[in-house]
Design a protein around this ligand. Structure first.
Ligand code: SAM
Length: 335
């Protein structure tokens, strides 16, 4: 079944945030002043169980979702994540199952995740410069730990591996050509993400954004690149390949060139709220339905009613005022 929204955008991707907790405190995502010791995270009974997630995922796949991405918070801090992966793997018609992680716990889990049926991973790494990286993650984890996690993913056969780097002017932009150079020729695809005004706690300002065009110019000056065709409609990253054939990079231009028109993504929060936009202010409660004994067709009917009227296109409407709206936190619904 193809379910389309009010702009004829089909539902193709579901991002599932399995926890609101993270072992990092990236200053642009979970600033310690807000997410410190006093912060009230969700408790165990509030978050969806793996059975509940799998049941919902099955219904979403029956409504056209082809790709599931597990995210968080940090998904690898949730216990026995591989058991969720094996249940999701069983869903017929699912084409792609992947995960986004900060990589710090990958060494211990990569093989288990692969054996459970995970196909590939995206690892976040904002700089190879230890001082810059640690200032950004604010949790004392060095670059070497994340690089070792990437190596563990490679050894386990979780491929292709993508590396996500958020670009923040004056913070890590001077280290990004080095990041590209490090992975050039290794098969790992680095994707540079414009710093976004997600959530309401990260002090976002337009002047911190390095437009992808500028970044591409800076990389091209040292490592020549040329545009490459998108792999499919709705692909998040614009692709650029090295002219010497040694691989590619991607840029995610949600600020400078919004791509709402192609957005086929829905996002499920840890407590079962469905957001139809990364910049959403309120979610739609699926946990209430799940826990009140609703049948699969009742849940499906709710999903249809939510998606059919979807008219989000936040990034196309963004202004200095919208940046101040009380939006859901990225650390709650994942990237
Ligand atoms: N903990 C996992 C990780 O680090 O990848 C998954 C969740 S994290 C919220 C997902 C992605 O969102 C990461 O790549 C992170 O860098 C990115 N992110 C967080 N806040 C962002 C912001 N304000 N702008 C752009 N990307 C952001």
């Amino acid at each position: 079944m193809v379910l389309t929204d009010s702009f004829e955008r089909p539902l193709r991707d579901l991002r599932i945030s399995v926890t609101d907790r993270c072992n990092f405190r990236c200053t642009y995502c979970m600033p310690r002043e807000v997410f410190g010791p006093g912060y009230q995270f969700l408790n165990r009974t509030e978050i969806l169980s793996y059975e509940e997630i799998t049941r919902l995922a099955r219904i979403f796949v029956a409504h056209g979702v082809e790709k599931l991405r597990i995210t968080g918070g940090e998904p690898l801090v949730r216990r026995d994540l591989h058991t969720l992966i094996s249940s999701l793997r069983e869903i017929r018609d699912l084409k792609d199952l992947t995960l986004t992680t900060n990589g710090s716990l990958l060494r211990a889990q990569a093989q288990k995740l692969k054996d459970a049926g995970l196909e590939r991973v995206t690892v976040s790494l904002d700089s190879l410069d230890d001082a810059v990286f640690q200032a950004m993650n604010d949790s004392g984890v060095p670059v070497a730990v994340v690089l070792d996690g990437i190596e563990a993913a490679r050894e386990a056969g979780l491929a292709p591996i993508k590396v996500n780097a958020v670009v923040k002017r004056g913070t890590n932009d001077h280290t990004l050509v080095d990041l590209a150079r490090h992975f050039k020729g290794t098969g790992v695809i680095v994707r540079f993400i414009e710093f976004m005004d997600v959530g309401a706690t990260n002090g976002w300002q337009l002047e911190h954004v390095v437009p992808a065009r500028e970044l591409v110019e800076r990389i091209n000056a040292e490592l020549p690149i040329e545009p490459a065709e998108a792999n499919y409609r709705g692909e998040v990253a614009q692709r650029w390949r090295y002219t010497d054939g040694s691989g590619e990079i991607g840029v995610i231009t949600s600020i400078s060139e919004p791509f709402c028109g192609n957005c086929t993504r829905a996002r499920l929060s840890p407590e079962g709220e469905l957001y139809t936009c990364l910049f959403g202010i309120r979610g739609h409660d699926f946990r209430g339905l799940l826990r009140s004994g609703a049948t699969d067709s009742e849940i499906a009917a709710f999903l249809e009613s939510v998606w059919r009227v979807r008219d989000d296109r936040y990034s196309e409407l963004r202004t200095a005022e919208t940046a101040l709206l009380p939006k859901v936190e990225m650390s709650h619904i994942g990237g």
